[in-house]
Design a protein around this ligand. Sequence first.
Ligand SMILES: [Zn+2]
Length: 400
Amino acid sequence: MIESPVASELLSKINERRVLEFVQRNGPASRAVIARGGGMSAPTVSKAVVSLIRNEFLEETEASQAGFGRPGKLLQLSEQKANVLGVVIDADTCWIGSARLDGAVGEEQSISFRTPKTYDGLLQAVINGLGEITGNVKGDLSERFRGVGLSVPGLFNSRVGETVMSPNLHLLDGQRLAADLSNEIGLQCIALQESHALCVGERMYGAARGMNDFAILDVSTGLGLGIVSGGHLLTGNSGMAGELGHITVVPDGQRCGCGNRGCLETVATDTAFARLISRELGRKVGVKEALTAPAVNGSEEVIAQTVDYLAIAVSAVINIFNPATLFLHGQLMNSDPKIFKRVMRQAKKRTLSPSFKDCRILQSQGNKRLGAVAGIIDHLANELAPAFAPVGNGNTEQAS
Ligand SMILES: [Zn+2]
């Protein structure tokens, strides 16, 4: 058999990615452990390791394993040059942090700030923030960091890298934040729609490790949905799939940030809940305060209504996508187990029974910060080689 050089190189790259993902998932390991655990031959692992060390993804440590025999050298994710930066853009608050390839973010290496009112202000604030946590925004940044991952809210056209419309943060409309940032700091910047970033983060670092069929319903200022089906993130034609928050549920309801009336997002989010409780209290409160506010006339009605609309959202996701697992992400449900349980009870009534039985519903462990970091790390891995085939038939979970 004649081996094509192109196919052979691709195979090498795929093996490099497998070795890298093994160390990402399992921590420092010897070549022998990687070969055994990853189902590869020793020469294949050695060859991949040489390339990964040369490209500064991995480094060899002198640390020896406890036990008898010759101490073995371990391979770990590079701590020298493998750092990445994550940026989360949100309607009220933004976050910037630096992380290692294993996704660990140092507390002292992150900052938060209020979202500026203009696009230019936002771009400048991100540049300043990056400067603050890296010590120097220009010059040697590319020597210490491999890239920046951004989580952005709203409709994001991933084909052209542009936020087409952001219903809760209109200053992003028509802007290409990743490209503009990259021009300013001279480092590759990758933006992901926030719900898609949550999926990538949950799969890389959270409770969805090894899963091929799951969905994340993100309930915060808006209502977002990310779907991983058959091992692939569903993006639609141009990255705008999953906008469950903008289907109409109250035909003559309140005006939504998207221009339509009565979108699910206007009645089933943390923000909608806080707004309704504020009306009952007669003063403006945030989500946290709304949750702990003493019961007033009408507050039980507000909770019941919000729960019912959240249940409609859950039921829609399960009926349409048949995910093996649905992760729920949001302050309202995460901070009050009673509300989570009520949503589940209502959702069970509204969902096709076989589909509901086929789906586990869990609280998400990830967050947008991990999503932003995972976004750039996933991009770096994709640059190395295409993703390896999905694990099993969709319900299989890989041991980690
Ligand atoms: Zn809308």
